[in-house]
Design a protein around this ligand. Sequence first.
Ligand SMILES: [Ca+2]
Length: 193
Amino acid sequence: MCGGHLISVMTPEEQDYINDKYKEYQWIGLNDRTIEGDFHWSDGNPLLYENWNKAQPDSYFLSGEDCAVMVWHDGGQWSDVPCNYHLSYTCKKGVTSCGEPPRVLHAQVYGKKRLRYETNSRVRYYCEEGFVQKLNPVIKCLPGGKWEEPLTICMPTRKSEHFVTSETNQHEEAAGAAAKKASPLSWDIKWSF
Ligand SMILES: [Ca+2]
C-alpha cells in the first residue's frame, strides 16, 4: 500500500509517538482476517503490546470487524472496525534489507535472485536433482539486514550417515550463534493522509 506495511505498534513509546504526531483516526496493521479473534500484525511482528479501548475488540458489526484503528481522541486506544472504512493510515518501513540469501550446499532458491530483500521477506530452498531435502527450507530476512541461518540440508539420495551427522551439528551451532547476534529494530516512520 505504501512501500511498507501498516504500522505495528510494539511499545507504549511508539504508540504515543504516532498518536501525538498526527491527530486523526488511522489504520494500524493489526487484524484478525485469518482467524477471527486472533489479532496479528501485518508486518509479521509478534504481538508484544496491546492498547485496546475498553470493551474492544468487540466485532460489533455482523459483517465483521477484522481491522484495527487508532482512535486519536481516546488517547490513541484501538478499536476493531470493518476493514472497508476510509481512514488515514501510517506505515512503517524497514530501513534495512538483506542481500543474497546464504548458499546452501546443493540447494537453490525459488524465484528470481534479487540483490536486495525487504525485511521479513522469506525465501525457500530446494535441492538439486539427486538430493533430498531435510529440515526447514524457509529462511527470513531479519530486521538488521541478516538472513536467518538456513537449517535445511540436501542429502544425496544415496544414504551416507557420516554426512548427515556432521551437517546437522554444524547447522545447529550456526543457528545458535545467529540468534545471539540479533540486532535491535530500526524503523523509518512514514506519514500519509
Ligand atoms: Ca469494534
